[in-house]
Write a protein that binds this ligand. Structure first.
Ligand code: FES
Length: 74
């Protein structure tokens, strides 16, 4: 499988998000606390990570990539 990614610092996929952490892990609550629809970022460019803020559109235009959010529906 070919993997195309815009290189961040050190060649990683994550250019800026929570770089002080050894591993970026987020927990999503399900059940009564869940919203009807939530979009989670998979491009690592969102200013509201782990939520999608639409930054993938700019990234895709700049790189020719085709990434988009993970949609979680209740
Ligand atoms: Fe990253 Fe939308 S901002 S997937």
């Amino acid at each position: 499988v070919a993997v195309r990614a815009e290189a961040g610092a050190g060649g990683g996929i994550n250019p800026t998000i929570r770089k002080e952490e050894e591993k970026v892990v987020d927990t999503v609550l399900t059940g009564e606390l869940a919203k009807p629809l939530t979009a989670y970022c998979r491009c690592w460019r969102s200013g509201t990570f782990p939520l999608c803020d639409g930054a993938h559109v700019k990234h895709n235009k700049a790189t020719g990539d085709n990434v988009g959010p993970l949609l979680v529906k209740k």
